[in-house]
Design a protein around this ligand. Structure first.
Ligand code: ZN
Length: 202
């Protein structure tokens, strides 16, 4: 009886997770990998989701995200990337305990996937419009865990978590401090200009 209950609970968790991932427009291959459900069951869930929500959910095909340039392409992208990385860190997803090689498969993997969904949902609730899709967020997490190309470090000016390109460590402060520095420089430049002009005006 206990085994049956556990299996029922596990199956229920898989379906709940799959529904959640469908809502976030995750790829079928990602849903299959994270939930252990077959393609056929995922297809049925897609149909059921669309019927019950009347939503037009995109099903992404083709190759998964594979370029870290996406996260560094401009200031806004870097800001969103750092914010998401901060949530990964805050909610423990960058801890060794959540690494795929540590958790393996089964209930621990489901819990880790649920935590990832909660983290992504926190990001989407704070940052609208969002700049990072569910699939890109998953790719970012993998990249940060492996410290491959991108790395999460502390901003030396404000200690906020920021993501840097390991091959181009040109930026030394986070995007928020960059904005502050730019504003300060503008204020100073305006002050210098005003001081030069003030004798002529008086
Ligand atoms: Zn900073």
């Amino acid at each position: 009886m206990r085994i049956t209950d556990d299996r029922y609970t596990r199956d229920r968790q898989r379906f709940d997770l799959a529904f959640r991932m469908i809502h976030h427009e995750a790829r079928t291959s990602t849903i299959r990998s994270w939930t252990g459900l077959s393609d056929e069951r995922i297809r049925k869930l897609y149909r059921s989701y669309v019927e019950s929500h009347g939503a037009s959910i995109k099903r992404h095909r083709g190759r998964p995200p594979a370029q870290t340039y996406f996260f560094m392409r401009n200031r806004e992208a870097r800001r969103h990337t750092s914010a998401l990385a901060g949530l990964f860190k805050l909610l423990g997803l960058l801890d060794a305990a959540h690494r795929p090689q540590e958790i393996g498969s089964g209930i621990a993997q489901l819990r880790s996937a649920e935590l990832f969904c909660r983290t992504f949902e926190t990001y989407t609730s704070f940052y609208q419009p969002t700049r990072i899709s569910f699939e890109h967020a998953a790719y970012l997490l993998d990249t940060l865990r492996l410290q491959r190309e991108l790395k999460a470090v502390r901003c030396p000016a404000c200690s906020a978590l920021m993501v840097v390109d390991q091959l181009r460590l040109l930026r030394t402060v986070c995007t928020w401090c960059e904005t502050d520095e730019r504003d300060t420089k503008s204020t100073l430049a305006y002050g210098r200009l005003a001081s030069r002009q003030s004798p002529a005006l008086s």
